[in-house]
Design a protein around this ligand. Structure first.
Ligand SMILES: *Cc1c(COP(=O)(O)O)cnc(C)c1O
Length: 498
């Protein structure tokens, strides 16, 4: 199967090339030239398999330059053994009539990013080999909290790779910061920046777009790649869990063949929900995709009006992984809405860069609103949802998941839609113990690990071992830099002189 670019339809690359390059050279994102189709029979067949075998089947439709045996080995290495706590990497939990939570945080870093970032490091070295790339791969990541840790954990000591992560100094939770700055591994670096996530993301994009930098690195035997959610290798593992969740509900008799479901997704960079849209494009019976935002509600406005306008205040919220004003993956949706027009997509992205705004045409907006609903809630409402959901069904949500639960409840009240709905639960509540304790009306101890203990006690749960183990981990990466210094820091990490 071939991939093309959202900004240049004449580009044709293999899956391996798309994964190695990360972003197309003219700045566009790689997308499948054609969407593989999934029939009702396929879904029934998949419903009889376990998660890893479903993953191999779905991935093999997109990663056609891998053999089935190679994919099976990669999937087993990513999700097998004890990498994921529960045996099932993505367990479903029923919290009400036709209401389910899909837990995507049982991996090593306790957020849904592990679903993709455990697999990507198994795909990327193979992709480099398949596309004839001989250089060492230098991965740069901008993170709003969870991606950074998941990427570090996925790529640590993977031969032929180095990884450097930039995070907003004051834009991540204390536990997230601790997870990253204590990272083990001989090929890793972590750096705070004085700015917000968009500054970090723009900085990384600027490095990728700098031909001088690429040339300097290539001479020294490095090629840059991205583990951000714009990389096709990040998106494709996410398509799997939408399909798998549906198949699981079929297998459990919760859904009839062909019955439609909604998915409600706490959204930041639009990577997670976009994977759901791709699953729908393949033929998964999905009615609505509910896009849930926090107070940074640029996407809610976009879905309501067709105008994407990033010229607004940026808020730091209790759901930091959704504190984003430029949702990079939206470009892939805009491309599809524009009937795969690279020209229209390029113009809009130029307009976004130059003015911070772009708008959809009327028919595109109508098409968007047929399939997406946008909703948002602030920190106070999210906290109230954490409390109420715990009381109602003894389910403890993290603050990101709470935003989705809130938006789903609001949607159901507003529309009366009784379609069964899967809400994506994207992080362990233990990653955000302060917010969750406060929401439950409990005192919040000063020390991070006292907080964990207090949460365990308040909610009757056991914190993931990987978080508890951080207590005695020394800080390896205390450094902070200005956004303008990111390029130099990358060169210093790779020990390349300008
Ligand atoms: C990254 C993240 C999100 C947002 O996902 P996107 O793919 O960026 O839209 C939501 N919740 C949590 C916990 C996350 O880590």
């Amino acid at each position: 199967m071939e991939y093309t670019s959202t900004r240049d339809n004449s580009r044709r690359v293999t899956a391996a090339e798309a994964i190695v390059e990360g972003i197309s050279r003219e700045g566009g994102l790689f997308v499948p030239a054609e969407m593989p189709a999934l029939t009702g029979e396929d879904l029934l067949a998949l419903s009889k398999l376990d998660y890893t075998r479903r993953a191999v089947r779905v991935l093999s439709r997109f990663l056609t330059d891998w053999t089935e045996a190679e994919l099976a080995a990669a999937v087993e290495a990513a999700y097998g053994g004890d990498r994921f706590e529960e045996g099932d990497p993505a367990p479903l939990s029923r919290i009400g009539e036709g209401e389910y939570l899909l837990e995507l945080w049982h991996g090593p870093t306790c957020a849904f990013k592990d679903m993709a970032l455990q697999l990507l490091p198994k795909l990327l070295p193979a992709a480099a080999q398949k596309s004839g790339c001989r250089e060492e791969i230098a991965i740069l990541v901008a993170t709003s909290g969870d991606t950074g840790k998941a990427a570090l954990e996925g790529f640590r000591d993977v031969p032929g790779t180095r990884i450097m992560v930039f995070y907003p100094e004051d834009g991540v939770s204390r536990m997230q910061k601790r997870q990253m700055t204590t990272q083990q591994g001989g090929n890793v670096a972590v750096m705070g920046i004085r700015g917000n996530f968009d500054d970090a993301q723009s900085g990384v994009k600027a490095i990728f777009g700098d031909p001088g930098m690429a040339e300097t690195l290539r001479k020294r035997g490095f090629v840059l790649s991205s583990a951000n959610s714009i990389n096709w290798g990040r998106l494709v593992p996410q398509i799997v869990y939408y399909i798998s969740a549906y198949c699981q509900l079929l297998a459990d008799g919760e859904l009839q063949p062909g019955e439609e479901v909604n998915f409600c997704v706490p959204t930041g960079n639009f990577g997670n929900i976009l994977a759901g849209y791709y699953a729908k494009q393949m033929g998964l019976p999905v009615k609505m995709l509910l896009c849930a935002s926090n107070r940074n509600n640029v996407l809610t406005d976009f879905i309501a009006t067709g105008v994407y306008d990033r010229n607004r205040s940026f808020y730091t919220t209790t759901s930091p992984s959704m504190d984003i004003l430029i949702s990079s993956n939206l470009e892939r949706l805009v491309y599809l809405l524009a009937g795969k027009s690279d020209t229209a997509t390029r113009q809009r992205m130029d307009s976004l860069r130059e003015t911070g705004v772009y708008r959809l045409e009327e028919p595109e907006l109508a098409a968007l609103r047929r399939e997406f609903y946008g909703g948002c809630c602030d920190d106070e409402a999210a906290a109230e949802t954490i409390r109420a959901t715990f009381e109602r069904c003894s389910y403890l949500c993290d603050p990101h998941t709470a935003v989705a639960v809130n938006v789903w409840e609001e949607y159901r009240r507003a529309t009366g839609d009784r379609t069964k709905t899967v809400i994506l639960s994207t992080a362990s509540p233990c990653k955000f113990a302060d917010t969750v304790l406060a929401a439950l009306g409990r005192p919040v101890p000063e020390d991070d690990f006292r907080r964990l203990a207090a949460l365990e006690e308040a909610a009757g749960l056991t914190a993931p071992a990987s978080l508890a183990a951080l207590q005695n981990a020394p800080c390896r990466f205390p450094e902070v830099c200005a956004p303008g210094e990111m390029g130099e820091r990358v060169l210093a990490f790779l020990q390349v002189a300008e």
